[in-house]
Design a protein around this ligand. Structure first.
Ligand code: SME
Length: 152
């Protein structure tokens, strides 16, 4: 993993053990990622609701979105909640099950947060760059989600 990602993981690890409110920790994580990673243009966390039927946007950093709630199975976010597997979409025009947020978005990555093997939440990142995500992003965000799972 590149040095920047390794450093970001250390910082997020310290956020996770800071004892602050979950929403504060997640917001600070969104802001840090958007500010420090060039190809991350919108970063948010969706959390499974009490009934397990939909995702609720807990916090984000970037342009406002109208997608505060997403049904399981709908869009890239809903698919990840259903399959519990990371999904990278390098070109959103090729993705049939997609919920459009902004005309600027070209690509998206969504990574699940699992607690005792169960899906509890996910990080969603939109990019204005075409096909920017590599295995490094996938490994970085998977480690990040493992660190943040203690908050759930
Ligand atoms: N594009 C997502 C919807 C959420 S926005 O990116 C904030 C999807 O297809 O699930």
């Amino acid at each position: 993993m590149n040095k920047d990602f390794t450093l970001l993981l250390q910082i997020i690890g310290s956020y996770a053990s800071s004892g602050e409110e979950r929403s504060e920790i997640l917001y600070n994580t969104c802001k840090l990622l958007k500010d420090k990673v060039y190809h991350y243009d919108w970063v948010g966390f969706y959390v499974l609701d009490g009934q397990g039927s939909k995702l609720l946007l807990e916090t984000y950093y970037g342009k406002p979105t109208e997608h505060n709630a997403i049904s399981i199975g709908k869009g890239v976010c809903g698919q990840v909640a259903e399959n519990k597997k990371l999904k990278t979409v390098q070109d959103i025009r090729q993705e049939k099950n997609y919920i459009a947020c902004s005309l600027d978005v070209q690509s998206e990555i969504v990574v699940p947060i699992l607690k005792d093997g169960k899906f509890v939440a996910e990080i969603d990142i939109d990019s204005h760059s075409p096909a920017p995500f590599t295995i490094d992003d996938e490994e970085f965000l998977t480690s990040l989600c493992q660190k943040l799972s203690v908050l759930f």
